[in-house]
Design a protein around this ligand. Structure first.
Ligand code: ADP
Ligand code: MG
Length: 404
């Protein structure tokens, strides 16, 4: 993926439209509350790009989606809290618009000087955003001289702000390039796709099984071993003929899981023991059982110590590890042990053997941060779905649209 970046273009005196990923968690869903940003990681991740553009004489028009608003009436998804936090982090004023495009935005942008920053309203307040509507794309592109995409987390979607605007800028002779965050993601995850170091061990878990099963198929072409835990493992264990009680199992994916098991043989490593409970709750009591002894009334909510030992052995000597999806319901302390223990194992591999460890997936990244090990990993992707699609070998529209 040879894409131009912000270091390849001259932005001095130019207005630059930057698609950022400011889809951050908020403190409340009630529009009447004083809503704040509860985790500003994604805003901080964009700062190198924004500061580079500002230092080089650009005026910035920033846009992002935030949450899943149904209409502009869903004021709890307005960008105001993001503008506030961004302004604090940059130490500069940020003018927040109440619209994405339209007369008020055009007027504000017309008066912009180098160093000025405008943040447009939530792009999903416009119906045309998800439809990649050409008029909306053109209206966005008409605001600026150049386009920068730094929103890796949205690059797998062909939306007006991620794909259409890039094409429209190019149509009027402007440049469309990647920001530093996008570049970093492409470099890190790109090598895992095109030129992985071996032994390459992939670890899959979490709950979005049908989304991820395609990824396992693809990983079998590149990875030497795939370790499977979390909710994902339940479906594979059931496909092997085990009773899973009330555990999360994706029945629709059983046939596919069976096909993968037949194809992969011992390259797929499954749990040998799990932590089960009566209910899905923070106060549920956990019991360790072998996967052959899960009672009808129980659900598997974490991997057990025998499984972790097996995973540790499978990871020995690995040069590259890609991890997507927690090993258990890490949100509940009782069932966070498997995920935390795995995070420690990986941190140790990085430190002691120089193993490259990449984490993809929103919840996996959150789990690693919660365990305080984020700094120990080689790369933590900011994009969940986007990192998965990239690892699947798919072409991401938001990246494909950028200048080669
Ligand atoms: P990521 O965001 O890293 O891609 P997913 O969204 O696929 O991961 O899955 C994360 C979720 O999976 C977490 O909320 C976690 O509680 C859940 N999970 C993990 N293991 C289990 C399990 N055994 N049963 C039910 N849910 C699980
Ligand atoms: Mg998730």
């Amino acid at each position: 993926m040879n894409k131009k970046t912000i270091t390849d273009i001259d932005v001095n005196g130019k207005k630059v439209l930057v698609r950022v990923d400011f889809n951050v968690p908020l403190s409340s869903k009630d529009p009447n509350d004083d809503i704040t940003v509860t985790d500003d990681m994604r805003i901080r991740a964009a700062l190198p790009t924004l500061n580079h553009l500002l230092d080089n004489g650009a005026a910035l028009i920033l846009c992002s989606h935030l949450g899943r608003p149904k209409s502009p009436a869903d004021k709890q998804f307005a960008m105001d809290p993001v503008a506030g936090r961004l302004s604090e982090l940059l130490g500069r004023p940020v003018t927040k618009m109440d619209d994405v495009v339209g007369d008020s935005v055009t007027a504000a942008v017309a008066n912009m000087k180098a160093g000025d920053i405008v943040l447009l309203e939530n792009t999903r307040f416009e119906e045309g955003e998800k439809k990649n509507n050409p008029e909306l794309s053109k209206a966005l592109a008409d605001l600026a001289d150049a386009y920068v995409n730094d929103a890796f987390g949205s690059a797998h979607r062909a939306h007006a702000s991620t794909e259409g605007a890039a094409r429209e800028i190019q149509a009027k002779g402007g440049q469309a390039v990647a920001g530093f965050l996008m570049e970093k993601e492409l470099k890190a995850l790109g090598t895992a796709v095109t030129n992985p170091a071996h032994p390459y061990v992939a670890i899959m878990g979490g709950a979005k099984i049908s989304d991820k099963i395609k990824l396992i198929d693809n990983l079998l072409n590149t990875a030497d071993k795939i370790l499977i835990g979390g909710g994902m493992a339940n479906t594979f264990l059931k496909a092997q003929g085990h009773a899973l009680g009330t555990s999360l199992v994706e029945e629709d994916a059983l046939a596919e899981a069976k096909r993968l098991l037949d194809m992969a043989g011992d390259r797929l490593v499954l749990p040998v023991d799990v932590i089960v409970a009566d209910k899905f709750a923070a106060d549920a009591k956990g019991d360790m059982v072998p996967v052959t002894k899960i009672a009808d009334s129980k659900m598997a909510l974490d991997v057990g110590p025998g499984t972790l030992e097996k995973f540790d052995e499978a990871l020995a000597g690995a040069k590259l590890v890609v991890w997507n999806g927690p090993m258990g319901v890490f949100e509940f302390d009782t069932f966070a042990e498997g995920t935390n223990a795995l995070a420690y194992m990986l941190a140790k591999l990085v430190e002691e053997q120089g193993t490259e460890v990449m984490i993809g997936g929103g919840d996996s990244a959150a789990a690693v941060r919660k365990a305080g090990l984020a700094d120990k990993m080689t790369h933590i992707s900011t994009g969940g779905g986007a990192s998965l699609e990239l690892l699947e070998g798919k072409n991401l529209p938001g990246i494909a649209a950028l200048d080669d």
